[in-house]
Write a protein that binds this ligand. Structure first.
Ligand code: 5GP
Length: 142
């Protein structure tokens, strides 16, 4: 499959669709999932146009996992989460619904979370949670 430049996350990266950002740099964007499976469900995406992990360059993959760690640390600290689940789906057969590679950061257990991409959350509530995550990003932690 080829990369679809009109997928939702490509539009978010171009600023054509809004998102509630928690972190951004030259290679990465992190924002709140609009249908969170638990409060604090956050997505981290590379700016490189890649459909799945199989299409991502090695450089972008290395950067992405570092930024997943950075944001996961902030979600854990900012929301006082005892545990954090990370997951990442590649291809429709794996359940991927947005064709631009992304990591999910989920406070608590993925195994007992709400159904995937099912119920939209109130943007005010998402912003309240995002502000706690933003405040906990530790840029010089590495
Ligand atoms: P996937 O199924 O591809 O692994 O996950 C896609 C995720 O993107 C889902 O958790 C879904 O709730 C989320 N999502 C879908 N559309 C949007 C959107 O327009 N904005 C945001 N912030 N998240 C979205």
């Amino acid at each position: 499959m080829t990369y679809d430049n009109d997928n939702i996350f490509a539009k978010i990266l171009r600023g054509e669709i809004p998102c509630i950002k928690v972190y951004e740099d030259e290679q990465t964007l992190a924002f709140m999932d609009i249908m969170p499976q638990a409060p604090g469900h956050t997505l981290v995406i590379p700016k490189e146009a890649a459909l799945t992990i199989h299409d991502l360059s090695d450089d972008a993959a290395a950067n992405l996992i570092n930024k997943v760690k950075l944001v996961a640390n902030a979600v854990k600290k900012g929301l006082n989460a005892d545990g954090i689940s990370l997951f990442q789906l590649n291809g429709k057969a794996a359940g991927q619904t947005v064709p631009h590679i992304h990591f999910h950061i989920l406070p608590g257990s993925y195994l007992t979370a709400k159904a995937h991409a099912s119920v939209s959350s109130d943007p005010t509530e998402l912003e309240r949670i995002a502000s706690k995550i933003r405040a906990s990003i530790e840029l010089d932690s590495n």
